[in-house]
Write a protein that binds this ligand. Sequence first.
Ligand code: AGP
Length: 610
Amino acid sequence: MCGIVGYVGRRNASDVLIDGLKRLEYRGYDSAGLALRTGDGLIILKEVGKVADLERMLEEISPCSTQGIGHTRWATHGGVTQVNAHPHRDGSGKFAIVHNGIVENYMELKEELEREGVEFLSETDTEVVVHLIATSFSQTGDILETLVNLQGRLRGSFALVVIQQDLPDRIYCVRKGSPLVLGSGDGESFCASDVPAFLPYTRKIQYLEEGDIAEISLGGIRVWDENGCPVEKTVFTVDWDVSMTEKSGFSHFMLKEIHEQGMVLRSTLKGRIADGRTAVDQELGWDAEMASKWDKVHLVACGTSYYSALVAERVLEKWTDLEIKVDVASEYRYRHIKCDPSTLAVFVSQSGETADTLAAQRKARADGAHCLAITNVRGSTLAREVHSVMLLKAGPEIGVAATKTFTGQMAALFLVALQLGRLRGTLPSDEEERLISELIHIPYKVELLLERENEVMELAKRYASKSNFLFIGRGISFPIALEGALKLKEISYIHAEAYAAGEMKHGPIALLEPDLPVLAVIPRDGLYEKTLSNIQEAKARNAPLIAVCTEGDTIIPQHVESVIEIPWTDEEFTPFLSVVPLQFLAFHIALLKGREIDQPRNLAKSVTVE
Ligand code: AGP
């Protein structure tokens, strides 16, 4: 929910930190701040607003420093104020820290410190931590011992980065519940919440595990576990390059990422289809005997990832004999659903850091389920805690509104469903080959749609002034209606709801009026006639109708005022196509309304708090 960066090296630290914070701004952008070690002590600069505002402050001061920490905030404890912005310092001014996460027991710790005479400036949980560190260090004189002890005092999640004026050329990190990655360069070291922050400087990274403590310095990186024992970390070389974290000529990351979906689909499918059939069993570590032990599948996710799971539910039901259950992680983790070694539990999370999804996975794993992660981040917490992983290979998604990772998730889940059908003998090989032969054409059909952005842009002009929207769909199109409504509301701030089309007459139809556009997702499929009836019901009540329908449909245009056509494909694959115009519609309406599309208000790219 926040972006953290730390740097020790020979470059101008404020340049490196500002650049890194800008690359992490999708994680939170209420306020931003830096702490720099200089010959005159620690300088802290922080302000409400974007990183660019902080950059302007720096231009007036242009501090000389080669070591520092930075933070861009998504407020959890304490309002969006300058005082609550990070970094926070102790009373002596020698310690400064930045924090991502929530310290659940901060109030009792704060009261204890206040009894000891500590005075607080902010309302944050983070300020409690910096005082605890300073107090402990004054007693031990040993920063490692201090940070080991600290973990025993704190409950909750915390990625901490600590700088101390009298500990030159070194910065310390603690990781518990919130992500931190380390980067090693030539005579310089980095730490951050996510890889893009220091990608221009190094692609050699190390992921911190739960409880790890790290020291980054001019000489490199040292890591200890939560007990203070040294640990050796694997050094990965990421296969992303800097250009993937830049807009490459597009006005917004979201628009760039919508247009990358054909490429992403090819990347997700690449190497996972052979001789017209799926080839993911080795990657997943599955075989027929293992698959025969499962009698149910749980699909668990949040937000857009949950909608990709709802799409997958429809094909899993069709291609396998397994009992399928889909739930949002924040509900699943508290329910008394039967979960055991005969359960395949699939967790869908592009970031692999969503707190509710992580907690749900830990519960399912404790219940004995076989856990599979569908994620876009190789070293993410989710990827490292499950039994099997399927990476989307979609490249970094910077826009807060998920687009290309949604498409990648559907492709990955379809491969899993096809593989399960094969392993359990419920999907005939000729049917599998027929489905695969269409699946490999989907990237091309998506790209045909991407070329028709202008049609949707024109449509957006007709509806941008509306205050409410209704999205409807049936069957495998219903999750797409849900996703279309979420995209619209999260970037344009227009209220949008989605309903199973058959539900209209059970209440929502009372909403219909000339100022409430109804968007129907109605490809040519087995439920077409039923959804057409719903369109006619809406039309009879004077609602303005928009339809996403299969190209060449001559019936739908007679009943609606706006049509967005998609190429023909098998019913199962229509979601890959019908979602694209909905992404464009949300984007262009938000653009017309002057919204901060890549960083919508109140949102963050990765919800790492509950
Ligand atoms: C989607 O546009 C939103 N950004 C949000 O709903 C997101 O899908 C959700 O927070 C889940 O994120 P994850 O895939 O990283 O777990």
